[in-house]
Design a protein around this ligand. Structure first.
Ligand code: CTP
Length: 398
């Protein structure tokens, strides 16, 4: 892709990987982008601003007081704020709302998409505090590119390597290109488990974390859609910008889905809906020293109901399978009148419930099957949305 006219503000923070951004800047300039560099104080201990001034052919910004209002004007003149390499410090500062130097103040003020490219030691990257901070940023719509695994500058082997230049460029292009490709669409997404009460204190449910549906909501919003997220109980925070409707029971989810589906142009049902609900006891069931038998009745199939009233909408369902995944997925696509089914083989490592990654196969109505490799749920969400847009375009042409 040609990046002519695209303006990228490149924030460099204090990691040894800072030297790798020289190549990144050159490649981005080759593609036509205009690069303005900002550096933290610790980045300058690795490489001097003069190096970046020479490579970018522009003044480098290092301090809030260098030019009045630079933390605003730099952003006004940018299409993307890329922070590469991003240290644990800048990630932590942003997650905690600290703005005490040029870089963190720019981040706090940014109205443009932000892409962070972390690079650090594997122990630091795997630290639960860093992981939590990263999640906070992602919840706020900031993209964080997963580092690579391999040899690290400190001599360790593990996750934390600054990705190859080409990988970063691919992501930059993706963000700049995708910025608005869902604008005008209204996307309804379901996520998480549903919960069916047994008595006033107990329920039956499943292990869904909601991460796949929330990732889809975040990506769809970021790509310009109006998004409604109807979610069963999860520990996740609703992504910014989406119309969030929390529910518990399947019946409740169904009612909300029916009313929101009216205005939707795209429906993506990622919820792990409880298939059965027990008869509810109005009183807490007491132990009796024996066994407890629950009588369960089948819940309505929300997705199937939406399939019946689909009209011109694009409708996507998921299929969580443990056997004959693709065959069963195809069956669900037909039975529920879907445009696409996203199949999860729950036996695949790193796929399915309660993990940050997923490995899915997408199948459309024409029987086209695309098997994706293991990737983060955010990346999977982007690929699903790509496919939805493709289906939408071919529908408009026919
Ligand atoms: N789904 C739904 N309502 C239900 C059950 C499932 O809307 N009562 C939706 C899910 O959100 C998902 C798709 O249907 O998009 C497939 O869900 P899955 O649990 O894989 O399959 P089921 O249809 O429940 O079939 P089975 O459990 O027999 O495999």
């Amino acid at each position: 892709m040609n990046l002519t006219g695209k303006r990228i503000l490149l924030g460099i923070t204090g990691s040894i990987a800072a030297y790798k951004t020289i190549d990144l800047i050159r490649r981005l300039i080759d593609l036509g982008a205009e690069i303005t560099v900002a550096m933290t104080r610790s980045a300058q201990t690795f490489i001097t601003p003069l190096t970046f001034e020479t490579v970018s052919r522009k003044k480098v910004f290092t301090d809030l007081t260098q030019e009045p209002l630079s933390h605003i004007t730099l952003l006004e003149n940018s299409d993307l704020f890329l922070i590469a390499p991003a240290t644990a410090n800048i990630i932590g500062k942003m997650a905690s709302g600290i703005a005490d130097d040029l870089m963190s103040t720019l981040l706090m003020a940014s109205p443009v998409p932000v892409l962070m490219v972390p690079a650090m030691n594997n122990w630091m990257y795997e630290n639960p505090i860093l992981q939590r901070n990263k999640e906070i940023l992602e919840e706020k719509g900031i993209e964080v590119l997963e580092p690579e695994s391999g040899d690290l500058a400190c001599g360790h082997k593990g996750i934390g390597r600054f990705p190859e230049t080409e990988k970063i460029i691919k992501k930059v292009i993706e963000i700049l290109k995708k910025k608005e490709d869902l604008s005008g669409e209204t996307v309804l997404i379901t996520a998480g488990p549903t919960r069916e009460p047994i008595d006033p204190v107990r329920f039956v449910s499943n292990r869904s974390s909601g991460k796949m549906g929330y990732s889809l909501a975040r990506v769809a919003w970021r790509r310009g859609a109006e998004v409604t997220l109807i979610s069963g109980p999860t520990t996740l925070k609703p992504p910014v910008g989406v119309n969030y409707i929390p529910v518990e029971r399947t019946e409740e989810m169904m009612k909300k889905v029916i009313s929101s589906f009216e205005n939707a142009t795209i429906g993506i049902m990622a919820a792990a809906v409880a298939d059965w609900s027990p008869e509810i006891s109005p009183h807490k069931i007491k132990k009796n020293g024996g066994t407890l038998t629950l009588r369960m009745k089948e819940n309505p199939d929300i997705l199937k109901k939406m399939g019946d009233r689909k009209g011109k909408r694009i409708l996507v369902g998921f299929a969580a399978e443990t056997d004959n995944a693709v065959e069963n997925g195809k069956k669900k696509l037909i039975e529920k009148n879907l445009d696409m089914v996203v199949v999860n083989d729950l036996r695949d490592e790193g796929a399915g419930f309660d993990v940050d990654t997923n490995k899915v196969t997408m199948i459309d109505r024409k029987g086209r099957v695309s098997e994706l490799p293991l990737m983060s749920k955010i990346e999977v969400a982007d690929r699903i949305i790509d496919k939805v847009i493709e289906l939408k375009r071919s529908q408009n042409l026919s």
